[in-house]
Design a protein. Structure first.
Length: 256
């Protein structure tokens, strides 16, 4: 049985660990890494997951390097993450970490895609008792059993990619787009490209698909029901053009 590492929780524990526990945790992250530097700040809950100022991706990459050097047999888990969102206004003069409904949905979906690309073995969306209040721990997907847009977005992601496995990064350019390829678990001819732009205005990008055929494309939904179709323009030499935006788009590819 593999030994499981709990990402970030181990780092937080190390930062406040006693003298007896600290050497054991040091064996994992290495002697030259300050555990406090790996603890995500509160700003990570208020910005998009690719934002370099939050250090979220940098910290995960550091943990990956530490695992490779000190604990190759251990799994890396992201035990809890999420974005606080409330439809209720905050009290006057009180600052809350709330994001918008659309931001919570698209940032959470993109975070799962990024975690897949990083090779994280398992990731869990935090789902505490969410009372839809303008406060911390309002990051659930269905407060009082009333689904938020993030619920429908994640249902779409699970429905679409549940039988697929991450293959490789096709493109990762903050000024252009992120594009990750996923391959069907039992039929390697079936592929899905996940495409999005981390921030800024939408941008038309060109991606290679030959020898596979583009069969459909969908934009991440915010409500229950079928996802909106995304427009794909087939071009010469095996390329297609599509508008990349902050809301992820999935493009299905199959054998001609």
């Amino acid at each position: 049985m593999k030994v499981l590492l709990i990402a970030f929780c181990a780092c937080c524990a190390l930062a406040g660990a006693g003298e007896r526990e600290r050497p054991l945790m040091r064996d994992f992250i290495g002697p030259n890494v300050d555990a406090k530097q790996l603890i995500p700040s509160s700003s990570a809950l208020r910005s998009y997951p690719e934002d370099p100022t939050t250090k979220w991706l940098d910290n995960l990459r550091q943990l990956q390097k530490s695992r490779a050097g000190h604990a190759r047999t251990k799994e890396l888990w992201e035990t809890e993450f999420g974005y606080d969102m409330s439809t209720k206004p905050a009290p006057s003069g009180v600052e809350t970490p709330s994001v918008t409904e659309e931001q919570q949905a698209m940032w959470t979906v993109r975070a799962f895609l990024l975690l897949a690309g990083l090779g994280v073995d398992r990731a869990h969306l935090i789902s505490a008792k969410d009372a839809n209040a303008p406060q911390l721990r309002s990051d659930g997907s269905a407060p009082n059993l009333q689904p938020k847009p993030v619920f429908h977005a994640l249902a779409w992601l699970r429905r679409s990619l549940g039988d697929y496995r991450f293959s490789h990064v096709e493109r990762e350019d903050a000024g252009d787009c992120f594009c990750y390829e996923f391959i069907h678990s039992t039929d390697s001819k079936k592929r899905i490209l996940a495409i999005w732009k981390p921030a800024g205005d939408p941008l038309v990008v060109r991606l290679f698909h030959d020898p596979l055929l583009v069969t459909r494309a969908e934009r991440m939904p915010l409500t229950h029901g079928d996802a909106e179709t995304a427009k794909v323009k087939l071009e010469i030499e095996g390329y297609f053009a599509i508008q990349a935006e902050e809301r992820p788009i999935l493009v299905w590819l199959d054998e001609k």
